[in-house]
Design a protein around this ligand. Structure first.
Ligand code: ZN
Ligand code: ZN
Length: 350
């Protein structure tokens, strides 16, 4: 559709026309295949929103947590998915700065309020009134989605849709976790625990910034991927690296790794926890935290994180490893993610 025709139509051209979407009505284990492919009304952008025709949507661990009930459902039925790449198809009447036909990405932060004390202090990732894509509002396991124009991001030209998708959450939130771990520390030794979608992107940034990277992962194919991407040492979470680490990030949602990672952390080191959900952290002696070791969790990400990550993606350039599934196979993709069978990131193509 030409921009002029689309502008003339607004989004009326889509009213009532159904689209295909993977819909979650009831939480259940991935083995039961809780997503149902069905026709559902195409959404309309709000006055400040854009309608996006989706080409690819990454599959994130958070989707699995929502599907299986580790996180509560906040909308029912729900179209999950928050690593969306597509083209702008129509604009709300108040939108400026985004054009029809532009290739954009949509991330986990659907909207922040801009007025709460967290937003006003540059911490919109902690916004009191935040809405999240594929949790509070429908996401990207569908042919179309809508998002506020201020919360979509131009995708670097050279990277194709499928390889860009994992950047939108695995990349952005993984980058924030890395940033918090290494902030105020010069290049040194960095540990990455869990080596899936996030870590295989974070390692490329860390190495670009001069860090030596030590990877802890169980899966044989992710061990191999870590070596290919330049890890100086690869082991498992209960192993000790040859030298203590200056910083580390846990990307796996497994609380038992926290004391293991602290045992490998040098004095003054910092450990960040990237997940939105984690199994309980076992009791541990104070000695593991003493000597000014720091432990910080990561919640969501800001638009600044997104822009920085996409800028690194273009500059380094970051290459993502993806396993592609058709939209119809969303249940399979999530099951394979749960079983740690995915090398790099899983992406649905629409
Ligand atoms: Zn806010
Ligand atoms: Zn995510």
């Amino acid at each position: 559709m030409s921009p002029s025709r689309s502008a003339a139509l607004g989004f009326d051209g889509y009213n009532g026309e159904p689209m295909r979407a993977q819909v979650l009505k009831r939480q259940a284990p991935a083995e039961e295949g809780p997503l149902v492919l069905r026709d559902t009304p195409t959404p309309e952008p709000g006055s400040d929103g854009v309608l996006i025709k989706i080409s690819a949507c990454g599959v994130c661990h958070t989707d699995l947590h929502i599907m299986e009930g580790d996180l509560p459902m906040r909308k029912r039925p729900l179209i999950p998915g928050h690593e969306i790449v597509g083209r702008v198809e129509a604009l709300g009447p108040e939108v400026t700065g985004v054009s029809v036909g532009e290739r954009v990405g949509v991330a986990w932060l659907h909207r922040a309020c801009g007025t709460c004390r967290f937003c006003r202090s540059g911490r919109e990732n902690l916004c009191e009134n935040a809405l999240f894509t594929g949790w509070d509002v429908d996401g990207g396991y569908a042919e179309y989605t809508v998002a506020p124009a201020d919360f979509v991001y131009p995708i670097p030209e050279w990277i194709d849709d499928v390889h860009a998708a994992p950047l939108l959450c695995a990349g952005i939130v993984g980058y924030r976790a890395l940033k918090l771990a290494i902030r105020g520390r010069g290049p040194g030794r960095l540990g990455l625990y869990g080596f899936g979608a996030s870590a295989h992107i974070a390692i490329q940034i860390a190495r670009y910034l001069g860090w030596e990277v030590y990877v802890f992962t169980r899966s044989p194919q992710n061990k191999a991927l870590a070596r290919e991407l330049g890890a100086v040492w690869v082991g498992e979470a209960h192993d000790r690296p040859p030298e203590p680490l200056d910083a580390a990030v846990i990307y796996a949602p497994a609380g038992w790794i926290v004391p293991e990672a602290l045992k490998s952390l040098d004095k003054g080191g910092r450990l960040s926890l990237a997940g939105i959900h984690m199994t309980p952290i076992p009791e541990m002696p104070y000695g593991l935290l003493y000597h000014e070791r720091e432990l910080v969790s990561v919640a969501n990400a800001t638009r600044e994180d997104a822009r920085e990550l996409l800028s690194y993606a273009a500059e380094i350039p970051i290459e993502t490893e993806v396993e592609v599934f058709p939209l119809d196979a969303a249940n399979d993709a999530l099951l394979r993610l749960k079983q740690r069978m995915v090398r790099g990131a899983a992406v649905l193509v629409v």
